[in-house]
Write a new protein. Structure first.
Length: 383
């Protein structure tokens, strides 16, 4: 089965990992500092903190923002469950706000309507790699005394009005899972232009340990001394994986170019098909396309999914609205609260998209989709 996404690993990546394995440090050594510096360079010089997954990055970001019991987080529902689940792990209440029917991204006016005096963070997602309308969302969040979080698990390398994703929101989180745009096997990072948030994020990632004498309660205890002021966890991304990350970053520009080519090839091959809608790009967005979210109309998404899977094409659906998960239903969240997201889900089908996918395969997928919608086939199925 052709997968919908997969990593691209070359000999240089393997050599970079092997070099670390032969050295003195397996974890928290020079490769971590190098990877964080490389990431920061990509996101306009903004400080970054590497962690063990995109989920850890979200948890660290919420912890850095200081959210807990009694606080509310406004969240987009068209995302992987972790965007909301990690806020709940911190004790907060999640309030879902609807998305754009075009891009699947959080609507600024819906976010504004969901804000209360208790809102501390507004969590948006660069769905499929298309950046959010960050200026409007920043205004909504800041007007309400909240921070804007951008879950950029899909969009590292993208830009909005020529500014890089990672430099836009108060807190940006990345995932380096193999299907994403760049991989460290498991891994993630938080980027924030706010030095205090960056310090808190780095501290939470490493058990909450304070090693800066100037901030210690007992600075004269001795050279071995370190203190915990707030609880944290161990979310440290090891040197072995950071070396893979730095190596992968060197090919990110090509990943972006190739993903854009495949995206454009699908759109050229499918935009005239009755029964589907191809993805939209807003002016100002230069997406790093992680997904190709085709919209299948007239209730035929499931049939097309089964048709393509039967043809060996590993299509996927991204995503079930987060509050449809039984864990949210059990908390009292009800269907119907974000109609755009629910409709988006009902129509969405992610076609295979990854840098090493060949044009021939893309054309094969296009042909299978076209055949599914061709009049001869409908006639046959009516007989
Ligand atoms: C993949 C993903 C995550 C979680 O990242 P992991 O590295 O798998 O933990 C969070 N949010 C979104 C939107 C994702 O796609």
């Amino acid at each position: 089965m052709l997968p919908y996404g997969r990593q691209s690993i070359v000999e240089e990546d393997i050599a970079a990992v092997a070099e670390v394995l032969r050295g003195d440090w397996l974890t928290t050594g020079p490769a971590v500092r190098r990877f964080e510096a490389d990431l920061s360079a990509l996101v306009g010089g903004v400080p970054t903190v590497s962690v063990t997954s995109g989920t850890a990055a979200l948890h660290v970001a919420y912890a850095a923002a200081g959210i807990g019991q009694g606080d509310e987080v406004v969240c987009a529902p068209m995302t992987f469950v972790a965007t909301a689940a990690t806020a709940i792990q911190q004790g907060a209440t999640v309030v879902f706000a609807d998305v754009s029917p075009e891009t699947g991204n959080l609507l600024p006016e819906a976010a504004a309507a969901a804000m209360t005096a208790k809102t501390r963070v507004v969590s948006s997602v660069d769905y499929a790699g298309h950046p959010v309308q960050v200026d409007e969302l920043l205004k909504v969040a800041h007007d309400g005394g909240a921070l804007l979080l951008e879950d950029a698990a899909h969009s590292i390398g993208g830009t909005w009005q020529r500014r890089p994703v990672g430099a836009l929101a108060d807190l940006t989180t990345f995932s380096f899972f193999p299907t994403k745009n760049l991989t460290t096997a498991e891994g993630g990072a938080v980027a924030t232009p706010n030095p205090d948030l960056a310090r808190r994020a780095a501290q939470f990632r490493n058990h909450g340990l304070v090693r800066d004498k100037a901030r210690m309660r007992y600075p004269d205890e001795g050279g071995w001394h370190q203190e915990v002021h707030e609880f944290g966890l161990n979310y440290r991304l090891p040197d072995v994986l950071c070396a893979l990350g730095s190596s992968q970053l060197r090919r990110l520009a090509w990943f972006k170019e190739r993903r854009a080519e495949i995206h454009a090839r699908y759109t050229a091959g499918l935009s005239d098909v009755d029964g589907v809608r191809t993805p939209v790009t807003l002016p100002g967005a230069d997406p790093m396309w992680h997904l190709y979210p085709l919209r299948v109309l007239d209730g035929r998404r499931r049939d097309l999914f089964d048709h393509l899977r039967a043809g060996g094409i590993g299509v996927q659906v991204n995503y079930i609205p987060v509050y449809w998960h039984p864990v949210f239903a059990d908390l009292g969240y009800q269907r119907g609260m974000c109609p755009n997201a629910e409709r988006f889900y009902a129509e969405e089908l992610s076609l295979p998209l990854f840098p090493d996918l060949s044009d021939d395969y893309v054309d094969r997928v296009i042909e299978l989709v076209r055949k599914f919608f061709s009049p001869e086939r409908s006639l046959r199925s009516e007989q």
